[in-house]
Design a protein around this ligand. Structure first.
Ligand SMILES: NC(=O)c1ccc[n+]([C@@H]2O[C@H](COP(=O)([O-])OP(=O)(O)OC[C@H]3O[C@@H](n4cnc5c(N)ncnc54)[C@H](OP(=O)(O)O)[C@@H]3O)[C@@H](O)[C@H]2O)c1
Length: 267
């Protein structure tokens, strides 16, 4: 158990979107650091199995919660369930996407993406950060994406919400630093998770080998308190530098469009 981690951030971490993929890996690595976990997901089966495994392996405490983070009711359930706990870290991991041209995506889906990817983190930040500031310690990790770097055809609203997330994290990194609260946004590239696999992308030169969740989460936890944003994986960092700093904006958008169509355009 890493007592330093628990002393620095506090005894409890909330992982919103915890059952699978990156969220489950955040739970594994935080449990190894000695953090007790509030684990939230839509379904309980995988969540309860993972919680039992982590309690056995690391002697931590867990609270599991089924809640839809895209609804005010679900968010209130998370806030109510954590009322008595000293929450030192919030990981907002849940994310909703749609892979289709903007006009082929119903408005209801665009708005659902905004609910899960923007209203959810804003609501939980509002609920958890004031107590962190009062205690003078805490941390927040927000899941952005490399699609936040520039307009990204076929995932328009998703990419826009991830740009919002990244910008918000950068601002909070600065605003909350004097209060001892660390904020970092992670911008993963393609990462091997159930969510990524179920979107069934075709491999391209850039995306043939999605990263494993283990280094993505390890690099993110290492960046907390050091950097406002982290792009895990060296090849992704090179690609991000080219997209952001080398290519003119219109070429960067075209490049993302070509890559996305190669991965997802209908066969
Ligand atoms: N994988 C990638 O390539 C990649 C790349 C860039 C960014 N990201 C970002 O990383 C984050 C995690 O992605 P992932 O690929 O690990 O996803 P994933 O495999 O689909 O897992 C998402 C987790 O979040 C939970 N969740 C989703 N919507 C929820 C909701 N409305 N309420 C409560 N829980 C919800 C799911 O719960 P259930 O299991 O119960 O459904 C699941 O445990 C997302 O924000 C995504 O945008 C991923």
């Amino acid at each position: 158990m890493d007592h330093f981690w628990v002393r620095r951030y506090g005894p409890w971490a909330v992982v919103a979107g915890a059952a699978l993929g990156l969220g489950a890996e955040f739970c594994r690595q935080l449990a190894a650091l000695g953090a007790n976990l509030v684990m939230v997901a839509l379904e309980t089966d995988e969540l309860d199995d993972l919680a039992a495994e982590l309690r056995d392996q690391h002697g931590i405490e867990t609270v599991t919660l089924t809640a839809d983070l895209g609804t005010r009711k679900g968010l209130n359930e998370v806030i109510d369930a954590t009322g008595e706990l000293d929450v030192g870290l919030l990981v907002y991991n849940a994310g909703l996407s749609a892979t289709a041209p903007f006009l082929d995506t119903p408005l209801s889906r665009h708005l659902a993406i905004v609910d899960v990817n923007i209203r959810g983190p804003l609501t939980l930040l509002d609920a958890f950060v004031p107590a962190m500031v009062e205690r003078g310690r805490g941390g927040v990790i927000l899941l952005s994406s490399m699609s936040s770097l520039t307009g990204t055809p076929l995932v328009s609203t998703y990419a826009a919400t991830k740009a919002f997330t990244r910008n918000l994290a950068e601002t909070l990194w600065d605003e909350l630093a004097p209060d001892g609260v660390h904020v970092t946004a992670v911008l993963p590239g393609p990462t091997d998770t159930p969510g990524y696999r179920s979107s069934a992308p075709r491999p391209t030169r850039l995306t043939a080998q999605p990263m494993s969740v283990t280094p993505v989460v390890a690099e993110t936890l290492a960046a907390l308190g050091r950097r406002p944003t982290i792009v895990p994986g060296r090849p992704n960092r090179v690609a991000a530098t080219v997209i952001e700093r080398v290519l003119p904006r219109r070429m960067a958008v075209r490049f993302m469009g070509r890559t996305m169509r190669a991965m997802y355009a209908r066969k």
